[in-house]
Ligand binder design. Structure first.
Ligand SMILES: [Zn+2]
Length: 122
């Protein structure tokens, strides 16, 4: 299951970036998913929820930003959004293209609950 290993890497990255106290609960994790990464968001969300149960990431929401597949034509320097697998420049018809975005899968932001809001005084 592709998404399970991806969810695990996301958890690993988040835990590596958590403050040393370990007392902070993660509110949300923002990730970027390139169109070509082949990730099914619903499936990833499910796996993330399953493997974070009982950890400091329990209940954290996975905020997924989809990144379109963008190519740049080396011949005429046009940048264009493309369907996966199609590398034909719409302007000059060239196939000498380079990938600008769409293959990434990265954690971009980790939001923690504000500890001060969690503590009740009096
Ligand atoms: Zn072109």
């Amino acid at each position: 299951m592709h998404e399970l290993s991806i969810a695990q890497s996301i958890v690993d990255i988040v835990q590596a970036n958590l403050p040393a106290s370990g007392a902070n609960l993660v509110k949300s994790v923002k990730i970027k998913i390139g169109q070509l990464s082949g990730v099914v968001p619903d499936s990833l969300d499910f796996c993330f929820g399953a493997i974070t149960h009982g950890t400091s990431l329990q209940g954290a929401t996975l905020d997924m930003e989809k990144v379109p597949f963008i190519l740049k034509c080396r011949t005429c320097t046009t940048s264009f959004e493309s369907e996966a697998g199609i590398v034909l420049c719409p302007k000059c018809g060239g196939t000498d293209t380079e990938v600008l975005s769409g293959t990434e899968l990265q954690v971009v932001e980790i939001e923690l609950y504000d500890e001060h809001l969690e503590k009740k005084t009096g």
